[in-house]
Write a protein of this length. Structure first.
Ligand SMILES: [Mn+2]
Length: 303
């Protein structure tokens, strides 16, 4: 049985990553390769870049772990966005260089100047990151495990779940593959029924909600499955049809992306977020998985 440490979103905070790897027991051998004396491997859930001031050293560590065959680094939405930002199209870029998009990417661009050799090499490395990971009893993905969406993108993935060049051409069409990539790496979002809108804390009207796919609910309604919607918003108790199902399979699933706060704990017996907001004064955590089919709070590890 394989044993893994699933590590949350690092976002350019290399010093936290170094401390965590040490705490987890990873060491380097005489050929400067990472290994774990008890045979654990790392699975990174993605989002290595943007926000922190140690982008390069984060990438170097993660790369080193992968090259040491001591772990797997998945693609997060930030690496996916970076690839799209770097990909020219007839209209400009696959991810447009708007003020907002550039601002979100600035910490990375500061250390990897746009178009430089170093920049291009980083983008090429991002393209080698698998979209999801599966082994006996365990699944890992950056934002949302949705079998339907994985099936949609599968023809555009290589055997090791890395993207083929044709995937980006599909994404450019903004069709089903584009939507599935958004779901898998950024999460599930729904438009509210009957033209309903709610106001956020800045008074801005919104007509969508993020969907909580990793919680157990009796009835899949807008009200029961809303994610990061303020408490004062009264969503309809109407069933959501045809969307992503709340996760209800026997394999455990790990993910990052959701900026959790508070004491790390699984969301359900089968689902656990490992992103505890290191880039927002939180902590970098790992879950130590040794094959259990019921996740436990005690298995979260953090310095
Ligand atoms: Mn993310």
């Amino acid at each position: 049985m394989s044993k893994y440490h699933i590590i949350g979103d690092v976002h350019g905070y290399a010093s936290f990553l170094k401390k965590l790897l040490k705490k987890l027991g990873y060491e380097k051998n005489e050929s400067d390769k990472y290994y774990h004396p008890k045979g654990f491997k790392v699975i990174f859930v993605g989002d290595y870049i943007d926000r922190g001031k140690e982008e390069e050293s984060t990438i170097e560590i993660v790369k080193k772990v992968v090259e040491s065959e001591c772990g797997i680094a998945l693609m997060g939405n930030h690496e996916y966005n970076a690839i799209c930002y770097a990909t020219p199209t007839a209209q400009g870029y696959l991810r447009q260089h708007t003020e907002k998009n550039t601002y979100q990417h600035q910490a990375f661009l500061d250390e990897y100047p746009f178009g430089s050799k170093k920049y291009k090499e980083a983008i090429e490395w991002f393209k080698t990151l698998p979209i999801y990971f599966e082994d006996k009893g365990i699944r890992v993905i950056h934002a949302a495990w949705s079998t339907k969406d994985i099936e949609k993108v599968q023809p555009f993935l290589n055997e090791n779940n890395t993207i083929k060049d044709t995937l980006l051409l599909e994404v450019e069409k903004e069709g089903e593959v584009y939507k599935s990539m958004e779901t898998l790496l950024k999460g599930v979002e729904y438009e509210l029924p009957n033209g309903m809108v709610w106001k956020d804390k800045d008074g801005i009207k919104r007509n969508t909600m993020r969907f909580n796919w990793f919680k157990k609910v009796d009835k899949v309604t807008y009200k029961n499955c809303a994610l990061s919607i303020p408490k004062y918003v009264d969503l309809p108790d109407v069933e959501i049809c045809g969307g992503v199902e709340p996760y209800n399979e026997k394999e455990v699933v790990f993910f990052g992306h959701y900026w959790m706060t508070g004491e790390p704990a699984p969301q359900t017996e089968k689902t656990a977020c490992v992103d505890y907001s290191v880039a927002k004064k939180g902590i970098l955590v790992a879950y130590e998985w040794s094959g259990e089919s019921i996740l436990k709070k005690e298995n979260f590890i953090f310095p």
